[in-house]
Design a protein around this ligand. Sequence first.
Ligand SMILES: *[C@@H]1O[C@H](CO)[C@@H](O)[C@H](O)[C@H]1NC(C)=O
Ligand SMILES: *[C@@H]1O[C@H](CO)[C@@H](O)[C@H](O)[C@H]1NC(C)=O
Ligand SMILES: *[C@@H]1O[C@H](CO)[C@@H](O)[C@H](O)[C@H]1NC(C)=O
Ligand SMILES: *[C@@H]1O[C@H](CO)[C@@H](O)[C@H](O)[C@H]1NC(C)=O
Ligand SMILES: *[C@@H]1O[C@H](CO)[C@@H](O)[C@H](O)[C@H]1NC(C)=O
Length: 541
Amino acid sequence: MIYSLNLVNAVRTQDNFQSAPSYNCVLFVFSIFVLIGLVSSEMAANQCVTKVELTVSCENLLDKDIGSKSDPLCVLLMNTQAQQWYEVDRTEKVQNCLKPKFAKKFVVDYYFELVQKLKFGIYDIDNKTIDLSDDDFLGELECTLGQIVASKNFTRPLVLKNKKPAGKGSITIFAEEIKDNRVANFEVEARKLDNKDFFGKSDPYLEFYKQTQTGWQLAHRTEVVKNNLNPSWRPFRIPLQSLCGGDLDKPIKVECYDYDNDGSHDLIGIFETNMTRLQEAKHGAPAEFDCVNSKKKQKKKNYKNSGVISVKLCQVVKEYSFLDYIMGGCQINFTVGVDFTGSNGDPRSPDSLHYISPQGVNEYLSAIWSVGQVDSNPFCTGIEGVVEAYRQCLPQVKLYGPTNFSPIINHVARFAAQAAQQKTASQYFVLLIITDGVITDLDQTSSAIVNASRLPMSIIIIGVGGADFSAMEFLDGDDGRLRAPTGETAVRDIVQFVPYRQFQNAPPQALAQCVLAELPQQVSSFFSLYKLKPPHEPSQP
Ligand SMILES: *[C@@H]1O[C@H](CO)[C@@H](O)[C@H](O)[C@H]1NC(C)=O
Ligand SMILES: *[C@@H]1O[C@H](CO)[C@@H](O)[C@H](O)[C@H]1NC(C)=O
Ligand SMILES: *[C@@H]1O[C@H](CO)[C@@H](O)[C@H](O)[C@H]1NC(C)=O
Ligand SMILES: *[C@@H]1O[C@H](CO)[C@@H](O)[C@H](O)[C@H]1NC(C)=O
Ligand SMILES: *[C@@H]1O[C@H](CO)[C@@H](O)[C@H](O)[C@H]1NC(C)=O
């Protein structure tokens, strides 16, 4: 997905926190108003674009873990113009499994007339760092989106970096055009499930499958409820596109498993249904299904079921896309925070991260530039303003610690909270923090982020320099929901962390695309979570 920032009527405010004694924070802040449009240099307004959903599964992956199986994850990289590869998205990690079916789907824009090179990389995830270079590589596939779209069941061998086969490993990618923008919101529980565990009780989870021409395809996997035969899963949503291709009468298969750490999950039971039936579920009148295990049914005479799955609610709602919100009048308030703390070094010294080289650049400037200037269009007067303000402010600031993130997050959150009171999707706030990564108030920052997760707000952190970014990776809750020291968890993931060094030699738009990759999803999921519509009905381009 390629988004660009079109800065319209760049309204600039400058709050220099250094001179504001009420903030114990040396972050330089200002905000600009931007309109984010789906525009890119390779996409003229009349070019046709289709959204495509990619479902990935693998077979016969290499086993890299001694005593257990690999824990694979798939990362999707894209390369539009023979430039640097950049990461588009990644799936969840599947524990102890050599033939994973990834539940997370990739959504990409398909430009009919462009060669869109894709690379699917499979990694055995050994630790929680975002960086994949310290994880075992299980193989990759390079192909074009056109190849995948043209083939119903696109299966290819995986290769290693030296192009040799990755054992017998193969990858299958299934592409489907997204035509339906409705989602189904589910609330599901179960009762009297069979106990599959010797010690303790079953740890049940559900998998929802869509029927396709080539077989059943995983649409959604719930979380595991530990040690419970009467589980209640967290409410979840499945796009109708993924669940039934928008056809309410199409069969849907639901499988219930007992989770096992070693990957040998036991089937509890299965049922088949369709959206027409599921939608009959209303609060107080659930739709209930016998969870049937055919093996047990054959063996036992009086077999009835292996438990009952109760769909308490299945509500279909129209999902507005990010673009619907933007075209429907939602404005993005973009605030940039630059880290002027002591750990960056004295700007006059060449080893400082703020040192402006004779060529007039440093990592802070490059990061600001590349996020604001998504493509080669010189439209970014607003970003120029940011850069200019940064340059002006540099000689004046005195760098000192500590680096506190929470004041600036709370500062933007106050505006976001005001906007949220209007009860329409009229404003969304993005806070871009550029920092060397050394953070002093991690606990307060976690709390501030957990607080802000309820507001129309996202935080993008770009780490410059070579410091340890483990705190930043912790704040980017990709591996699960961020938890505040009070135990409260974020209602959604609003932080995206990107280390600048990965993009040092890449074209500027690669960083911007990576940084902005999660934003559209964060904007639309926030507004749909709170059932907020665009201020006016979006007019399609
Ligand atoms: C992550 O795990 C790999 C493999 O076990 C190891 O080589 C690497 O040092 C680990 N990285 C960190 C940051 O712990
Ligand atoms: C896709 O093709 C592969 C190999 O040709 C096969 O193993 C797999 O079952 C197929 N997938 C589906 C969903 O039909
Ligand atoms: C939908 O599923 C129900 C069972 O849940 C079944 O009775 C009904 O016949 C199905 N409808 C269609 C059109 O297949
Ligand atoms: C945008 O947000 C900032 C807070 O970061 C605030 O100071 C500014 O007034 C907002 N701009 C508009 C036009 O609402
Ligand atoms: C979180 O928000 C509540 C009120 O909404 C406020 O009282 C509290 O101070 C905030 N916590 C942090 C850490 O910002």
